[in-house]
Structures are given as structure tokens and as C-alpha cells.
Design a protein around this ligand. Structure first.
Ligand code: NAD
Ligand code: UD1
Length: 338
């Protein structure tokens, strides 16, 4: 079986390609490298000892997509390609709507034309909004989104649901990720954000390595045991393995289903700081800062549905996530340099 992985050079995509190759799938990566480097593709090959085809292409390039589908027999698509920065999406909403929503529509049109109607999509816990109480379940109503990035995820979910409703030959799996962190055990692939990281763990790793002076803890007056925000951090390799189960599902049957990919456990910002200090053997300097706008106090999953229907659950704990993030960062202080 042959899987096209859009955004496969990125953080979650590269880890998923490793697991796809390990599971014996032929894997084709499509990426425009706007937020990744071709070095990650080399390292996927190095880790697995297997060949992977890489095509530099934009998901909005219909002719480019048609060429890929005509030259390769593709059985299913895992669709990671998209822009993911919340603050950038507030500054450049049209770019986000065009890239994420426009790109997905073009991709689905090319898929339908090629007769490949099986897709696994990277959604986000952000679609639950701020009103639903945790643990978040897939049958809860989607919430109001607070930024254009989140809105793209919500709309793409709807577009894919409508696509299946109109044509039951489609097989769609919407995966709502919680907070992916960690890295492959080899320390060869990991998260490589551009500029100053917006997310907690890459920020902490850059403090640990001395690139940033201290962490700003965004709010310590939330209604949580230590006052800091609680999230469901999930190891990126567990997340990648969830995609293998999702691909098996879309290859095996038609339908449209939604799954949380989380651990079901919530940890606070200060829990993360402590776990990371243990992993790296250094103190992480931090200061309490104001709340970040758009943040919810508590967000964690109920992962039951994925366990029951996909036979998947996360197995890697917070200590392992921090150890693996640290190995990646300390072995690659400047990320992928190519
Ligand atoms: P990433 O930026 O590392 O990977 C995305 C990849 O898509 C990059 O390699 C980028 O170059 C590529 N890309 C972007 N636009 C493209 C386009 N128009 N054409 C072709 N390639 C394009 O991000 P990630 O963390 O690996 O996230 C993967 C997906 O998961 C994204 O859709 C993201 O929104 C979603 N997601 C991520 C998180 C998270 O915390 N990392 C949480 C929820 C959902
Ligand atoms: C954020 C996005 C979410 C996106 C996800 C992955 C928002 C509101 N949400 O999730 O849509 O899918 O990233 O890209 O931006 N924190 C600090 N200091 C920091 C950074 C973060 O204290 O420097 C805290 C936050 O307040 C939060 C926790 O750490 O409580 C996790 O933050 P982050 O890693 O940015 O993830 P989310 O906000 O959950």
C-alpha cells in the first residue's frame, strides 16, 4: 500500500513517515518546505534504512498534485500540510485561509479526480473551543474558535464531513491532536520551530540549552491546583502510531469518523517545568507573566473512543516525552541545518 503524506517533512509528519515505513507502507512525502527542511527527509531514510520519495510541491498547486497522482498509485493520503502558528494566523488570516482551507479543497479535488478518496486529517483540540469541560469527548459540540488558525481546522473538518455526506465512497478520519511533544528516540528528528517558539516545550528546551534566558509562565491564577494552565501532552511517536491505526481504518472501510489523540492526563505548566528539569538535569529559570489571550485553563482528552474503535492508546509518559525532547534539542541545538 502506498500513502501520500502531505507536510511529511514537518514535525508530526516526519515521525509518522518513520512509523509508516516501519510498518511496511510505501511512503511519498509532499511538502513545500515552508516550515521544514529537506534534511528531515534524509533523516527519515537514515532512521528507517528505507527509501522514501520526496516531491517539493504546494497543496494549492493542482497541476503538481495531478502529476503526483498520475505518476504514483496512491491508496490513501495523510494530510498534515498546513500553517500552524496561532499568533501569525491573527496577523495574516487570508494566508491561513488560503493555505489551509484552499489547499485542502485543491487536494481533495485532485484526490477525487484520481479516484483516491481516503484521507486522514490533522485536526486539533482547538475545535472544542473554551466552553466544553474536560475531559473532552468527540460527541461534544464544536466550540467557537478564537483565532483564524483554529477556524481553519473547524472549517476543514466540516468540508471533509460534507464531502463524505455527498459521496459515500470517501473514507475520512479526522484526528484531533492534543499537545504533541517529544521526539524520536534516535534524537535525529524533532520539532524545529522558526524564530522564538510560541509553544511551551520548544520554549523550555531553548531555555535549557541557553538560547533563551527564561520561560514566561503565562498565568498562575487559573482555577487549577497550582494556578497554571493544564494540557494533555502526548508523545509525537504515540501520535504517529495513532495515524497508522487511522490509515488502516480508512483503507479498510468507507465512512467519516473523528478521534481524539491524547493521553487523557492533564499536566500543568509547572509540572512540565519540573519534569523537564529532571530530564535535562538543569534548573529551568521562569517568571510568572500575564495570561496569554485565547488560552483556556484546562484542556485534556477523553481518549476512550480511539482505544475502542482504533485499538490505539498512548503509552509514553511525561518523563519519556521530556527526555526525548531534550535529546533532540541537545543533539541538534540549531535544529535541522541544511
Ligand atoms: P509543521 O509545520 O512542522 O509541519 C507542517 C508541514 O506542512 C511543514 O513541513 C510545511 O512545510 C508543510 N506545508 C505547509 N503548508 C504547505 C503547503 N501549502 N503545501 C505543502 N506543504 C505545506 O507542523 P506539525 O506540528 O508537524 O503539524 C502538522 C499538522 O498538524 C498541521 O496541520 C497542524 O496544524 C496540525 N496540528 C499540529 C499541532 C501541534 O501542536 N504541533 C496540534 C494540532 C494540530
Ligand atoms: C497552542 C494553540 C493551539 C495549537 C497548538 C499547537 C493557542 C491558544 N493554542 O495550544 O491552537 O493547536 O498550540 O500549535 O495558542 N505557555 C506558557 N509559556 C509559554 C508558552 C506556553 O506558560 O511561553 C503555557 C500556555 O499558557 C498553556 C501551555 O503552556 O497553558 C501550553 O501552551 P502551548 O504549548 O502554546 O499549547 P496550547 O496553547 O495548548
Amino acid at each position: 500500500m502506498s500513502i501520500l503524506v502531505t507536510g511529511g517533512a514537518g514535525f508530526i509528519g516526519s515521525h509518522t513517515c518513520v512509523e509508516l515505513l516501519n510498518a511496511g507502507y510505501d511512503t511519498i512525502i509532499l511538502d513545500n518546505l515552508c516550515n521544514s527542511k529537506s534534511e528531515s527527509v534524509k533523516r527519515i531514510k537514515e532512521i528507517t534504512g528505507k527509501d522514501v520519495k520526496f516531491v517539493k510541491c504546494d497543496i494549492r498547486d493542482r497541476a503538481g498534485l495531478d502529476k503526483i497522482f498520475s505518476e504514483n498509485k496512491i491508496d490513501a493520503v495523510i494530510h498534515f500540510a498546513g500553517l500552524k502558528s496561532v499568533p501569525q494566523s491573527c496577523k495574516e488570516p487570508l494566508e491561513y485561509y488560503d493555505n489551509n482551507i484552499g489547499g485542502t479543497v485543491t487536494l481533495c479535488e485532485a484526490m477525487a479526480a484520481a479516484g483516491c478518496k481516503k484521507i486522514v486529517f490533522s485536526s486539533s483540540a482547538t475545535v472544542y473551543g473554551s466552553e466544553n469541560p474536560s475531559p473532552l469527548r468527540e460527541d461534544m459540540p464544536e466550540g467557537k474558535t478564537t483565532n483564524p488558525y483554529g477556524t481553519t481546522k473547524l472549517y476543514i473538518e466540516r468540508i471533509l464531513k460534507d464531502t463524505y455526506a455527498a459521496d459515500n465512497e470517501w473514507s475520512v478520519c479526522l484526528l484531533r491532536y492534543f499537545n504533541p511533544i517529544g521526539a524520536h528516540k534516535s534524537g535525529r528528528i524533532g520539532e524545529d520551530p522558526n524564530g522564538i517558539p510560541a509553544n511551551l516545550v520548544p520554549y523550555i528546551t531553548q531555555v535549557a540549552i541557553g538560547k533563551l534566558d527564561h520561560l514566561n509562565v503565562c498565568g498562575n491564577d487559573y482555577p487549577t491546583p497550582d494556578g497554571t494552565g493544564i494540557r494533555d501532552y502526548i508523545h509525537v511517536v504515540d501520535l504517529a502510531l495513532g495515524h497508522i491505526k487511522a490509515v488502516e481504518k480508512v483503507l479498510g472501510e468507507t465512512g467519516c469518523s473523528t478521534y481524539n489523540l491524547g493521553t487523557g492526563k492533564g499536566y500543568s505548566v509547572l509540572d512540565l517545568v519540573k519534569a523537564f528539569e529532571k530530564a535535562c538535569g538543569k534548573k529551568i529559570k521562569y517568571e510568572i507573566a500575564p495570561r496569554r489571550s485565547g488560552d483556556v485553563a484546562i484542556c485534556y482528552s477523553d481518549p476512550t473512543k480511539a482505544k475502542q474503535e482504533l485499538g490505539w492508546s498512548a503509552t509514553r509518559d511525561l518523563d519519556e516525552m521530556c527526555e526525548d525532547s531534550w535529546r533532540w534539542q541537545s543533539n541538534n541545538p540549531n535544529g535541522f541545518e541544511d
